[in-house]
Design a protein around this ligand. Structure first.
Ligand code: SF4
Length: 319
């Protein structure tokens, strides 16, 4: 793995949505970070924090309101026509809901090979061989190719979704909460499959989730988002052992830890106060209404993400 090299640079990315006549929902608001070649970057936060919008804007599925996404030297939001189509081969997505994301009228073979057809990549015979190969790669088999999605369990459907994402041999995959809709017993199987595929195929992942324990298991580094902002970003081990941002501390205090010594000393931090709206947010720190450390400055100045320790970035006036 060629880690530590920025493969994807997200620079001051903004994605706003107009809500009604005057209101603006700032789903992603000035977010800057890198994704390194061969790593899994976890992106966590409560629902509505902008993590899914961020992932989709990185892929160009949403146009950016402002800012840039540089993918291996290419500015994603400046691509047009043929170049844009070529980019879709290199960067793919696995969706959250394996029930809604597969067309119930298409066979598994047609679902998995739809992208190959768009890119006119194979003869019909080669296409089928490739489908068999992909099904095998994700733990299914060639008998499954002619069946329809309703004949499969949730975990198997997500395997089909993964095969579809792999069909064009991408280098980067946004895994958009790929396990949230699955039974707990199946979640680990899908995460382990993603880890195996990453090793075999040299993939880079952006793994979006709200389940912090699973993110810890799969990620090299983790970014924490709160209401459209990135509030903390560092190595996975470090984040779980020494979180700095008050919001990260609260999130982590709620997850069970297997080590009894750490568990005994850990105090659950309850988040109190109102969650502000991402529509027309006020200046200052967006976490201010729920933060027990808030000071005057926090109501006036928006903290920027800065490196406070080597490879540990945090956006908070305490640091
Ligand atoms: Fe709390 Fe202020 Fe830090 Fe925001 S900037 S997290 S309000 S201490």
């Amino acid at each position: 793995m060629e880690q530590n090299k920025a493969f994807i640079q997200v620079k001051n990315l903004k994605k706003y949505f107009k809500v009604g006549r005057k209101a603006i929902l700032k789903a992603v608001d000035d977010v800057t970070f890198d994704i390194r070649k061969g790593e899994t970057l976890g992106l966590v936060g409560e629902s509505g924090c902008g993590k899914t919008t961020c992932g989709r804007t990185i892929l160009g599925l949403y146009s950016a309101t402002d800012g840039d996404v540089i993918f291996d030297g290419i500015n994603v939001h400046k691509l047009k026509g043929k170049e844009k189509k070529e980019f879709t081969k290199r960067a793919q997505i696995i969706f959250q809901d394996p029930y809604a994301s597969l067309n119930p009228r298409m066979t598994v073979s047609d679902i998995v090979s739809a992208g190959m057809d768009i890119h006119d990549m194979y003869t019909p015979r080669e296409r089928l061989e490739r489908v068999y190969e992909l099904l095998n790669l994700v733990g299914l088999n060639k008998e499954h190719a002619s069946r329809f999605p309703h004949e499969f369990s949730g975990g198997q459907r997500q395997r089909i979704g993964i095969a579809r994402a792999l069909a064009l041999e991408p280098e980067f995959i946004v895994c958009d909460e790929p396990i949230s809709a699955l039974d707990v017993s199946i979640q680990a199987q899908i995460v382990n499959l993603l880890i195996k595929l990453q090793k075999e195929l040299g993939l880079t992942y952006l793994f979006i989730a709200h389940d912090l324990s699973m993110v810890r298991h799969i990620s090299d580094r983790v970014g924490v988002m709160y209401l459209g902002n990135m509030v903390e970003l560092t190595g996975s081990m470090r984040l779980y052992e020494k979180p700095l941002h008050p919001y990260t501390k609260a999130l982590l205090s709620a997850i069970p830890v297997p080590e009894p010594n750490i568990a005994r000393n850990r105090k659950r931090i309850r988040l109190e106060g109102e969650v502000p709206s991402p529509i027309n947010p006020k200046p200052g720190c967006r976490f201010v209404t729920r933060c027990s450390y808030a000071k005057k400055e926090c109501y006036e100045d928006t903290p920027v993400l800065k490196e406070v320790e080597p490879d540990h970035f945090v956006a908070c006036h305490l640091y």
